[in-house]
Design a protein around this ligand. Structure first.
Ligand code: PAF
Length: 282
C-alpha cells in the first residue's frame, strides 16, 4: 500500500497509471469505522487488483467546519486508519500532513451548489457544503476516479455532491452506499467515538424516533405535523438542532408527504451533533 503525502505525489501517481487501469475512490476524513470499511470493500470488489486501484483519501477538511472547536475535536487516528486500509486491500492512501497541500497560500476558489444547501445541515452549518464540494472537487480532479463511493448516511451531502457531479460533468460514477448501523440502531459515524457512555445510551433515541416516524408513515399518516409529533420529548435529553421532513429531490420542507421524502434530524447528545434520516416513499 502506497501512502502519498502531497498533491504532487498524487497527481504524478495518477498520471503514471496505465489508461486501462480503473480507479475506485473513497474520500474520508479518517477515523475509519465499519461504514467506511463497507465502502472500501465494495470499491475493492468492483475494482479488483487485476482491474485497477482502490484509492482512499484521509483529510480532515478545515473548510467544512463552521466551528474551530469542532474541527479541533474531530477524532484522528492515522496509524489505526492505515492498518484498517491495509486490511481491506487499499492500494493508495492520500493523507496530506499539511492542509496547505489542498489549500495552498492564496487559495481563493470555492464551489457552491445553490438551493440544496438552504435547509437541514446547510441551514445550521453555514458554509459546510461549500467546503465539502470544494474539497471533493479538488480530490476528484487529482484522483480522476471511475467510481467514487459516498455513504447514504450523509444524505444531504450525497444529494449535493451528486448535483455538483452532474452540473460540472465530472465523469466517472458516484456509488451511494447504505448506512451501516450498530445493533441498537445508531448509525455509524466517526463522531460516535466522542459520545460519553451516558450520551451513547441516550443517542439511541435518534434512530428509535425516526423508526417511529416511518412506522406512522407506513400506517398511512401523511401530515408532517403528525409524523413529527412529540419529537422533542422522544429525542430528550438530546438538544434538537432540527427535525424536518423534506422533499427527496429539492430538500425543501413539506407539510404533507405526497412524493418521495426524507425525515431527517440533527441532535446534540452532550457536545456531539449526530445526524440521521429515514426515507418516506408513498
Ligand atoms: O463525508 C465525509 O467524510 C466528508 O464530508 C468528505 C466527503 C470526505 C469531504 O471532506
Amino acid at each position: 500500500m502506497k501512502v502519498l503525502r502531497t498533491t504532487e505525489q498524487l497527481a504524478a501517481h495518477r498520471a503514471a497509471l496505465a489508461p486501462d487501469r480503473r480507479v475506485a475512490f473513497v474520500p474520508t476524513m479518517g477515523y475509519l469505522h465499519e461504514g467506511h470499511l463497507s465502502l472500501l470493500r465494495e470499491a475493492r470488489r468492483r475494482v479488483p487488483p487485476e482491474a485497477g486501484e482502490v484509492v482512499l483519501s484521509i483529510f480532515v477538511n478545515p473548510t467544512q467546519f463552521d466551528r474551530a472547536d469542532d474541527l479541533d475535536a474531530y477524532p484522528r487516528d492515522e496509524a489505526g486508519d492505515l492498518e484498517k486500509a491495509r486490511s481491506v486491500g487499499v492500494d493508495v492512501v492520500f493523507c496530506p500532513d499539511d492542509p496547505a497541500e489542498l489549500y495552498p497560500p492564496g487559495h481563493a476558489t470555492f464551489v457552491e451548489v445553490e438551493g440544496l444547501d438552504r435547509h437541514l445541515c446547510g441551514a445550521s452549518r453555514p458554509g459546510h457544503f461549500r467546503g465539502v464540494c470544494t474539497v471533493v472537487l479538488k480530490l476528484w480532479n487529482l484522483v480522476r476516479p471511475d467510481l467514487a463511493f459516498f455513504g447514504e448516511k450523509d444524505f444531504q451531502q450525497l444529494a449535493i455532491v451528486q448535483r455538483m457531479h452532474r452540473d460540472l460533468f465530472l465523469g466517472g460514477t458516484i456509488v451511494p452506499m447504505p448506512t451501516v448501523r450498530e445493533p441498537d440502531g445508531l448509525a455509524l459515524s466517526s463522531r460516535n467515538a466522542r459520545l460519553s457512555p451516558e450520551a451513547r445510551v441516550q443517542a439511541r433515541a435518534l434512530p428509535r424516533f425516526l423508526a417511529q416516524v416511518r412506522a406512522r408513515f407506513e400506517a398511512g399518516e401523511r401530515r408532517v405535523a403528525a409524523l413529527l409529533d412529540g419529537a422533542e420529548r422522544a429525542l430528550a435529553p438530546g438538544r434538537v438542532d432540527y427535525v424536518s421532513v423534506v422533499d427527496a429531490e429539492t430538500l425543501a420542507p413539506v407539510d404533507r408527504v405526497a412524493a418521495p421524502a426524507v425525515a431527517a434530524a440533527a441532535v446534540f447528545y452532550g457536545p456531539v451533533r449526530l445526524i440521521d434520516h429515514v426515507r418516506l416513499v408513498p
